[in-house]
Design a protein around this ligand. Sequence first.
Ligand SMILES: [Zn+2]
Length: 381
Amino acid sequence: MNLIKIIILVAISTMLFATLGLAIQQQVEKQPVDSPINPEKLVRSIVFQPGAKEYIVDNSQIASIDVAPQVIAGRIFVPVRFLGHALGLTSEQIIWDAATQTITLVCSKYSVDLAINNKVITSNGISKTMDVVPWLADGRTQLPARFVAESLGYQTLWQNGLLIIWPIGEPVPKIDVLPETVNEYDLQTMTVSETIEFLAFLDSPVENAQVTTIAGQLPNAPRPYRNGIHEGIDYYLAAGTPVVAAGAGIVIRADHDFIEMTLAEYNEAVRLSQATAITPEKMLDKFRGQQVWLQHQNGIITRYAHLQHISPNIKVGYAVTKGQQIGNIGNSGTKSAVVGKILSAGGVPHLHFEVWLGDTYLGANKSLSENIYMYRAIFDY
Ligand SMILES: [Zn+2]
């Protein structure tokens, strides 16, 4: 486990920063972050930006992070060590207990406890419930920055795409220096090999299942019945086959209260789709049936559709580990399900599985052979 993989950038450079429409020039020194910038002291301000591998301390110092903060389920997550150092803690004051999966942050005034996949945060003995949980991905503990900062004597503000943190009781700090966004990942522009590397943290959504080579079950296959195209991959397997999380992540959707369309509703959805140039998202969502969506690192979202059942512990805001069961294969959202064929031979149960980054699904602009190669490389090996 390499929690402190640090990029030390010490470069004095002249940079342009915008503030309220005004550009100012400032000389800034980049700091290593294997130690706090201001140990045991509340800093005047910290600024995190999702996607930026830098954060700003006291409106002047730039510190590097090797994994950019990311927004998941509406909260900014920062790896524990970087968050701790930003908030003034030394490495010794950031305690990870692998056996109990707990994190303790201590300094002269505060003692804060959190646990993986647990919404409770305790600060100086007082517990509070968060709306998200700390989670582990690739050996890194990701913490919701806002709740942790607020437990260590800070207040927070989400403004113009930035998380601003400053001591309780003080006025909102002036922010002139902004982090530089560096990792703009885009599935459209990545090559096949770059995409395979980028998604190496994912595995098959069904254990021991193989990626199909049938064109009609792969991305970009036409779907004439709804005037659309296929945005994912299908795994045709028996109803009830367990579906697992393709990677560590946070549940952002789980349709526990799913109700199947009636035949009239289904026919109306088909009619509306046929009347439009491409299947409207609202209709597409109905055709995907009962779903679970997970959010992973770097903004990646995986979607699991046509489920028959969702595991009870799969709840929005909670973390899942790679390989954890999230539900079972079914045929919800398909015509077969609408007419009640799930268990019959004609029920054609299958998992429909999608991978998204922003507005792009995995394989959107790739050829059939590229997609077979790419999906196999990511999910089969
Ligand atoms: Zn499908």
